[in-house]
Design a binder for this molecule. Structure first.
Ligand code: NIG
Ligand code: FE
Length: 410
């Protein structure tokens, strides 16, 4: 006997290769403990629903999708960057603000002042907003500490938010995000610190699963990033790259060279970089919030990405500087509107492919027997409405690890 059974639902399983969206009409979903036990047409259930599960849920025709996976966030930070946004409206560029000591460095100054508990408290409302909009797994990066203690503090705050909200947070060390002011005259010294102390410490403490780097003219060179990524591999950590966001500096090729789980942004990636991503099986993570808020006009090379068969994910990139976005369904709508993702690419981009961008495709991202019971019930008639409504609001309930929560209190 199953623990729980949902009937009168329409299920978009997000499994590829079958019906569009993996859509099953007049479906049922069974859960035992924290796993999906059965999914399919209700007519194929082996007995009347009431006889099959201890608890029966009526879906009232709602749409069920896999829980959404936000595979790129900078959830933990102090302060905000509303001033930067206003300066950009007056003509300053992101790069100019950063070079003048604003940008990431100003968030670093705020973040360093806060304790683990204070950082977690500041992040909680943002995390709650993501969860209420259907996110059941999220990645969180460090990168506003930029010294050993402050980077580890950020990762501890991420862990605390996960414990407080009972949600899986996948932590990533992004120490090569910006050069901290105290190392302005000693770039190699900072990279040494990251390679020799920070990466080993984060790995030893189990505080990071991956290492990310910001490979960009205003951040770190390909060679500096490669040093950190080599150290990541040596310590058994996965690899991610903020690649080609502002210029084509070889970020996509770098990600491919290290077998990265994902290369993120990619607005300026060229054909060679895209081909390399395809060959390494690296996911392209599109971040339309940053594209919008930076007033970017160069779109990621969607035609090339599709032609080479690079899997596409979409994430919020939730961060104070370029994407203060706490709704993955809004990010999906932006990706569909700005980059021309189809509805079906869009569903996969925030579920199946996003799970792959975190190395979690075996347990998350689709609705299939054996996977974690993470799913959402939406007040939507069809999966193509996901990322059509401009913003959150349609998520009615969230099931995380088999536990049911109203979306408003997810
Ligand atoms: O993903 N590109 C670098 N990192 C962030 C922005 C961080 C910031 O400006 O605070 C991003 O867009
Ligand atoms: Fe980012």
């Amino acid at each position: 006997m199953w623990d729980q059974l949902w009937v009168d639902v329409r299920v978009a399983t997000a499994v590829g290769g079958g019906t569009p969206f993996g859509l099953v009409e007049a479906a049922a979903v069974a859960v035992s403990a924290d796993r999906i036990a059965w999914v399919g047409p209700a007519a194929a259930l082996p007995a009347p629903p009431g006889a099959l599960a201890r608890q029966l849920h009526q879906g009232h025709g709602r749409l069920v999708t896999p829980g959404l996976v936000d595979c790129h966030t900078h959830l933990i930070f102090g302060g905000d960057r509303a001033l930067d946004f206003d300066l950009r409206a007056q003509g300053a560029t992101y790069a100019a603000i950063a070079t003048a000591g604003g940008g990431i460095r100003s968030t670093v100054a705020h973040t360093r002042k806060l304790s683990v508990a204070e950082l977690a408290a500041a992040a909680l409302p943002r995390a709650r907003a993501l969860l209420a909009d259907g996110v059941t797994t999220l990645e969180v990066k460090s990168g506003y500490g930029l010294d050993v203690a402050s980077e580890l503090k950020m990762l501890e705050a991420a862990r605390l938010v996960g414990a407080q909200l009972d949600v899986e947070i996948v932590p990533t060390l992004l120490a090569l995000h910006a050069l901290p002011a105290e190392f302005a005259a000693d770039r190699a010294g900072y990279v040494d610190l990251v390679v020799r102390e920070l990466i080993p410490a984060a790995a030893a403490a189990g505080l990071a699963r991956a290492v990310d780097v910001f490979c960009e003219t205003i951040a770190f060179t390909r060679d500096e990033c490669a040093r950190a990524l080599r150290a990541a591999r040596e310590h058994g950590l996965a690899v991610k790259v903020h690649a080609d966001q502002l210029s084509d500096c070889g970020g996509a090729a770098l990600a491919a060279e290290f077998g990265a789980l994902s290369a993120d942004h990619l607005e300026y990636s060229g054909e060679a970089g895209v081909a390399a991503l395809a060959a390494s099986g690296t996911v392209a993570v599109l971040l339309p919030g940053a594209y919008l808020m930076l007033g970017e006009t160069q779109r990621p090379p969607l035609a090339a990405l599709r032609a080479h068969g690079v899997p596409l994910a979409v994430a919020t990139d939730l961060n104070p500087g370029t994407s203060p976005c706490t709704s993955l369904s809004l990010a999906l709508a932006l990706a569909r509107a700005q980059f021309g993702l189809s509805a079906e690419e869009g569903l996969a981009a925030v579920t199946r492919v996003a799970a792959r961008a975190l190395g979690l495709e075996a347990s998350r991202g689709t609705l299939e027997a054996g996977k974690r019971a993470d799913f959402c019930l939406w007040d939507l008639a069809h999966p193509r409405e996901l990322g059509y409504w401009l913003g959150a609001g349609a998520c009615q309930a969230v099931v995380r690890g088999g536990r049911v929560r109203a979306a408003a209190t997810a």
